[in-house]
Write a new protein. Sequence first.
Lengths: 190, 715
Amino acid sequence: VGTNVLAMVRLGVDEGAFAAVFSAHHRPAVRLAYLLVSDPDQAEDVVSEAFAKVYVRWKKGEVRDVGAYVRRAVVNEANSRLRRRYLERRVAGERSGDDRGVRLVDEDAADRDAVWRGIERLPAKQRAAVVLRYYEDLSEAEAAEVLGCSVGTVKSNTSRGLAKLQELLVAGGAGPGGNAGTPTSLGGGR
Amino acid sequence: MDRVEQLVRDSLRTRAEDVEPTPHLYRGVQDRIARRRRRTIATWVPAGAVALGVAVVLPSVLDTGTQVPSIEDYADGPVSAAPTSTRAVTVDRDGVVALVDLTDGSVLHEYGSLDGAGVPPLLDVAPTDVDAVPDAIAGTPQDRVDGPTLAITAFTVTCPPGSACAGETTTSFEPEGGAPEVGARFAVSPDGAWTATLAGPMQDADGWTLQLRPTPRSDAPELFREPAVVVPAGSVVQDWSGTLEPDGTSEVTVVTPDGQLLGFPLTYDGDTFTWTDEAVLSPVDREPVAAYASSHLGDGTGYVLSTGDAGLEVQAVRGGRTLGAVDVDALVGDPQAETVALDAWGDTATLSSPDGSWLLTHDGQGDFADPVALPDGTVRAALVGREVDDGPDDASPDEPGEASPAEPGEGLDDVIVEEPTAAFAGPIVQAGARSVVLRTDAEERILLALPPEGESTVVEVGVRPGSSADDLTAVVATTAEGFTDLRWVEVVDGQVQDPVVLEGAYASAGVGDASVTLRGLTWSPAGDRLLWVEATPGDATLRAIGWDDGPGTGDTATDNVALGLPTGLDGSLVDVVDAGGGRLVARFTSTGGAWSRWVLEVQGDGALAVPGTEAEPVPSPVGGAVVALTGADDESRPTWLLIAAADGPRLVRDPFTTAERVALPDLASGDGLTAARLSEVDGGVLVQTAGLAWSVGADGQVTGLGDAVDVDPVR
């Protein structure tokens, strides 16, 4: 936003190149979004919104590392939506057909995976920290930059998230040394 | 890496590999980009249309040299239709700082006076909630024992719901002395927390240095490392635009004594400012520049005061080219950067000088209306705009979207909204993420304001039937970290009461259990019950509490009841309609795209009961998934539907009879219809979805209501 003088001189940005930018970054973005929001349709919504925001700055030449920028946009958008998650559930699954929503190759697998169901139950900030550390393989400092918080906060959210997962796994019978692929009580009712 | 960490990693990667984007995702991105453009254009169009009208109606004073149209002649003027600049903070010759309604020149709020007025006043406005009185920051040059300085005064205003606004004044001196010379103006950062001033010469620097300091209203640390930016002595700070968010860039602009316009991009990580580039020489081809202002909308538009072939003029510029210009030779005789100032927001700019201040409005394409004089004695004016969404940073749903880099005129044909602030079927209660506002044709009143630094956000609001603008009850659902609570707000004899949280048996179960989600909040038609659905995975309950003077005070036997929802009601509660004969019909949307109705029975003692009937799913009669509905015919069937069709969202009136389609602006096929809601009112309908709201009149005319997470009529 707003670097107007820069905008005056940074002319000739090729809008068509944005399609190539999208092509290079959209798949990991969708996967990251899904890991954060669980809902396949919401994941595509998150990514659509993130790329729409990225486009504004990209066009003005303000995005130097598109991948990092997209990652940050996805995480922030996903966190924002998780805070409103019960509204989002109102329409979860409403859309159908092969032109809407992310395709889940094996939906049953998600249900079988007790660890995944535990991750889904983590508070948003803990979940984001865990996903960035163990899926994106970001360092604590890199994760802190994406999340806009301190390294200490990343550390505490990650450790608290892992502790809660371990607790859930033990309670669910899978145990940290057990078979996480077996059905457990994770994800049960109230 | 221990066992749990390995399990987590394996699980995440397995899940991620299961996900494949659909081929149409990019189309969704394009639709969103287009929608953002349309939102920007929707701002331009009404202002431009009216502005051009004014250009015809009002005398062309610059040609004749006669009196400039004054704001009193401006009651129907262009600014009233420009949502981004209906108010300005002004300073008059006596140093009085005031918030002025630009549509009629009336003073909405008087902040106080500046000491030492009479010299060129300095002024900016800190970004605050557009619904409240904005904070203002002003100042005057002063000579102190230890050297010249700027006395910077912050007018910080709070407007608690139901109470009059209260102000606090704080003054600091910038720089604090010691510099032989101080710049004639200052700029305030986009978040209102910092000022940029020039002073010098300092040690080891021939020119003046740019100094960034916390404003008096700021909690920013006093000590920080600032970059060494040296500009020629006598330069004047013009503007500070952009964002200070960690991932964003802002820019301080400076005009040098020889009229060069320099831009200094900087980033801020919460601790340290960093200049990200060399100073940029602007390509404005008609130097010397006397003043500059950004539009603050991120669309690359700026305003430049300079001398062209025809004399002194203000140009609207974008992307290195001039969009248009307005002759101001007759207004500002001596365009010295020390004495003239430009300020802008969107398609409106103010030009200020010791001789007076003027509004300069254009249509987004560069055609300016004639300048309009602000009230007599106004020597400085800063437009009050609204905050904008700064890209990917943590945004709440009611924050306006970032303006897109639309080209002039682009998307004009798509715009259906012609008068965003035109009369709507009010009064209404409109909820943003952090505030709930009662809107009437005459005013807006804040019913609930959540602290901006908090986690809580508003997600739903329901106005009790039988309410009026002066006597109103509404219940607001808010969420923080997944926990849900309900608060009710009241207006009694025109006075907004303090909000009250529903507690104990009348609270939502989600108040202490993040796994409980609230799906729909509504009132019975008589206003004697508040109903909502609480859901956990695999379980859902309809809650109802009686209501007369508050929760649990209904004149019924069902002051607090929980009814298990029948299987199949997997969507959200929409509303409850009176089917007659002691029956109520609760209507739900369904995840399968149909809508459902569930008959409830009001027994003789007023108790709410379930007669044993199953919920009845009703397919959409017009194709597509039913996202929202409202209105009821004799068979409790909706008279309005919001449909998610393959070709995009569709609003349908009388779906079971004529099935008339009503176009909605700004909704594209890629938009997810999250949190959609319809409310029938006066033969028309209020629509809320995708963070926006519209009023659709009985005649089909669509009026944009702006950003909203929910909207409900007062009736």
